[in-house]
Design a binder for this molecule. Sequence first.
Ligand code: MRU
Length: 341
Amino acid sequence: MELRLDRIPRSVELARAGDEILFSYVDERLLPEELLVRQTGSWEEVVDAIKTLAVRGAPAIGLAGAAALVLWVSRAESLAAIEEVAEKIATARPTAVNLRWGVERVLEAAKAEAATERGPACVADALYALVSEMQEEDERVNREMGSNGAQLLPSGARVLTHCNAGSLATCYYGTALGVVYAAAEQGKIERVYADETRPVGQGARLTTWELARAGVPVTLICDNMAASLMAQGEVDAVVVGADRIAANGDTANKIGTYGVAVLAREHGIPFYVVAPTSTIDPTLPDGSGIVVEQRDPSEVLPRAIDGVEVWNPAFDVTPARYITKIVTERGVFDPADILGE
Ligand code: MRU
């Protein structure tokens, strides 16, 4: 299989089209059947895309939230109106801290602009420039995490991952899959095992598609096969992303991650979390304060059954003690030292 990293998809982008500013996004609800890039100038559509998982993944929704606010600022008539919409965008999904982080970066800049005498066109230019910088920063940070994390993997690595923490979950390149791409460039990746990641199938639909497209050998497994695969000695490392990391290293990530971490510990396999510092929430001493999003029962049970209730949390929290290292753009850390310099 030929490595084709030039085929890594770009999932979200704020761009100019003539005088207009438009947000482009891969509609991930349609993958792997169809690669459709939608374009919109409506912040409401961006919020809907975030809620319905057309745009998903912590860094990608952070950028999308920032972009949505830029789209609104050019129409808003007052700072109060900007703040009101900023709150609606920031609360579109509760768990990934990156969403509020992205919105607040634009909100702070909008407030600073409001304090000047500059006209709306200049304000829009300034905020557009900020989001463009955030996009570049996302790719740079992902590449740095990739090179920091790749050094943890042995040559001939067989890596298990959960959910999609790839280019499709960021602006470009990915967090956990960024490590895979960097290691693949060094010739170290034998294979990636992708958990299907019930109920929405981000592993089955997205990680498999993204890796196959980039020419990285990938094998899909059902979530309940990971234990057996590990017991057979087929996994050298687990590499996952994160949606929010508390000050003590407890990490929220896609539902099922905690189980994989416990299995990895039982089998003596290192468990690595890869996330930018924007995913760290220093205000939370530990993971008990992380709000876990509850999603619609129909994701688990498409046709309701009378008398049957469904529990559908989108995330779980892996206690820091199960995490071997956390990789950020700043380096490789013991979970307890994640706030350290
Ligand atoms: O519900 P999603 O698909 O937005 O879930 C978020 C994630 O993509 C994952 O939890 C991922 O592993 C971390 S984000 C890079």
